[in-house]
Design a protein around this ligand. Structure first.
Ligand code: GLA
Length: 430
């Protein structure tokens, strides 16, 4: 008997350079895709059902084509949620067997969930012979997580995992989903690496989690600022406006909103530093971002603060901060390439000595998102090399809603010559 034809669809993980919790209040974020992957392997089933299996977890799931049951609380919800959202759009997906494998670290703030969602979306769109605009693929994956899985996440993860390009960070306005690709090798940044250190402390973004609580506190402030000043969302608000209503807000809400408003300003500074190739300025913004995330948003933990502090003491480290949803997970560090080896050794040794935890370390090149890997699923063409090298970036507009509209930045990086699908993060050997 011949084995069934299997087609693989991949989606990366992501690390957020800066712009934390700004993505559900019309703010700016600056993440990049990283070369960890989820692979969704698609094959024809022997029957008329949808079959879901996974290499990382033992549970399997089979559902009928007209099944509309709710989540079951395991890994399969992320894929079934995507199927559901395609059905809501009226996209008819023929029966399939979908097998998920992946190496995105789980619960580390590197978006393993969004990676599963986007890999699934790529596979099922292909299977249905359907295409969507880039932004709609990301929004569909986000809706799967919000409505089916029940996690109140924003749009950052799904968007960057869908739309990223190798060699670039992605500056996204989460209000209208306009974005710019910013080269990561301009000026002094060419001699820097993004080093991700996993604290080993697990985080979660589910309903009822600290993430959900923070989101409520942000929304409390946003609602008041809308009423008082007619701002569209916190992405439009100024600190003076927030200060003027401080007495009417809970202390928590005031602090969370202070973080968001100042974080949006930091994202702009970070983007400018990146375009200028100024590693010192970018590192400084990361460092300030951590202080705000720790003290105003109160989303850090002792282990992570320790890692950030030790990182800041190392020669060649320009800046470090907690990345992702918070309450554990990873620290993103900007480190001079020639200092990386010593940096990794020193941070790992200090962490082990203090916490008795072996920190995993990932050296991350900015990678392609799912649409660059699978252009046939999107109605827009992914930017080609010429675009990335030649385009001039207009300002990131904040007006019209243009879902998934892309601008490329000047001085773009070379993205030539790598087999990106098979790139893997380089686990530091020290
Ligand atoms: C998680 C969520 C994102 C975003 C970040 C915090 O990763 O999934 O939408 O809110 O946390 O910046």
């Amino acid at each position: 008997m011949s084995s069934p034809r299997v087609i693989d669809f991949t989606a990366p993980g992501r690390v957020n350079l800066i712009g934390e919790h700004t993505d559900y209040s019309g703010g700016l974020v600056l993440p990049m895709a990283i070369p960890f992957h989820t692979t969704a392997s698609l094959s024809e089933p022997a029957d008329d059902h949808y079959h879901f299996t996974c290499g990382m977890f033992p549970t399997k799931r089979t559902i009928a084509r007209d099944d509309r049951s709710t989540r079951v609380g395991d890994w399969s919800d992320y894929s079934v949620g995507v199927l559901r959202e395609l059905q809501v759009l009226g996209i008819e997906v023929p029966p399939f067997h979908l097998h998920i494998e992946g190496n995105v670290p789980l619960g580390a703030g590197l978006s393993s969930s969004a990676s599963v969602e986007v890999a699934t979306a790529a596979a099922l769109l292909h299977h249905a012979g359907a295409k969507l605009p880039v932004g709609e693929i990301a929004l569909l994956a986000q809706r799967a997580e919000n409505r089916y899985v029940g996690s109140p996440c924003g749009i950052m993860d799904q968007f960057v995992i869908t739309a990223a390009r190798a060699g670039h960070a992605l500056l996204l306005n989460t209000r209208d989903l306009e974005y710019k690709l910013l080269p990561m090798n301009t000026g002094a940044l060419a001699a820097c690496s993004i080093v991700v250190v996993n604290s080993g402390v697990k985080h979660t973004v589910t309903a009822g989690s600290a993430y959900a609580e923070r989101r409520k506190e942000v929304e409390e402030g946003q609602t008041l600022l809308r009423e008082r000043f007619g701002v569209r969302d916190l992405g439009d608000a100024e600190m003076e406006q927030l200060d003027s209503v401080r007495a009417e807000l809970s202390p928590e809400s005031y602090k969370r909103c202070s973080h968001i408003i100042t974080e949006n300003a930091r994202v702009k500074r970070a983007a400018a530093a990146m375009l200028a190739g100024d590693a010192a300025a970018l590192g400084q913004v990361l460092q300030e971002g951590h202080v705000s995330y720790r003290d105003l948003f109160e989303a850090s933990c002792e282990e992570v603060d320790f890692l950030v502090e030790v990182a800041g003491q190392q020669p060649g480290c320009f800046g470090a901060r907690l990345t992702g949803g918070g309450f554990g997970g990873c620290v993103v560090n900007l480190v001079a390439k020639d200092a990386v080896e010593d940096f990794v050794a020193a941070v790992k040794a200090a962490y082990k000595q203090h916490w008795q935890i072996d920190a995993e370390v990932y050296l991350c090149e900015a990678s392609d998102g799912a649409v660059a890997e699978h252009p046939e699923i999107a109605t827009e063409e992914a930017p080609d090399e010429r675009d990335l090298h030649a385009a001039t970036a207009p300002p990131l507009e904040r007006s019209a809603r243009r879902v998934g509209h892309r601008f490329t930045a000047p001085h773009a990086a070379s993205v030539a010559g790598t087999d990106r699908r098979h790139d893997r993060p380089h686990r530091a050997a020290v």
